[in-house]
Unconditional design. Sequence first.
Length: 284
Amino acid sequence: MEKEVQREFIYCSGAATEVLKDLNLEDMKGSLLSSGNPGMVEFYRSFMQTLHSLLGLPVWAVSHAEDASAAAKRDVFGLDGQVQHKLAFLHQHVPRGTALVLVGHSIGCYMILEMMRRDPELKVLKAVLLFPTIERMAQSPQGKVMTPLMCQLRYLLYLPLFLLSLLPHDPSSWSGSSDLPEPPVMFCFLFPAAVNALYLGGQEMRMVLERDNVTIQKNLDKLLFYYGVSDHWCPVTYFQDIRRDFPHGDFRLCEKGIRHAFVLDAGRDVAQMVAEWTRGSLRG
């Protein structure tokens, strides 16, 4: 049976932060999830519960930093600030020396590589990077469409998003997937999350350019990359390129038709794969 994870709100680096967690830390091992944009960890609840039940590890999912006046002055909401925000969470809320399994999704994969680069003292057993947007984001098929919206036109989207967040929503209109958060949970955070997501997305398009080959090479034995066959954010050509550049790395191409936004309908399936991939590292 999947254990229900706890949900709480904390302030980390001066920013409001939502955390899903199980803090039964007995053997100094745990897993941290760095989510994709917009960073709403409620979407990852079924993924986390499944991963926790299969590995028996504490699992933390940390949202991206949200609005707070002290944080705004330091640009916690930008890409660099979000990386520092995740490191601050580890330093403040996870005992130093805890052996970590890091799981990244989408831009969360970029953040994990940056965390490993900035703090090489982190005791990382394994880092699993799911549908990794770690290079050439603006040049990807989806990036070419979204870059103008996120970089030049995002302010025009704020009003309709705000109005949408005020509308009542009929749960029956949803797909019924148990992997999704309840509609009231989703829409009470829609507007601020959307504003932060657009801001962060604009920075992603401008800053996620070249792949960090140095950090990848230094940690190659700990890294596992999982690419989608029809992912418009990190197309198959990116998978082919990185596999060619690192012939001894662990790069896998999805054979199950799972989409980039796997949390919408395949959270449990992906968690089962992550558990299989990481068990050996946890026993070592």
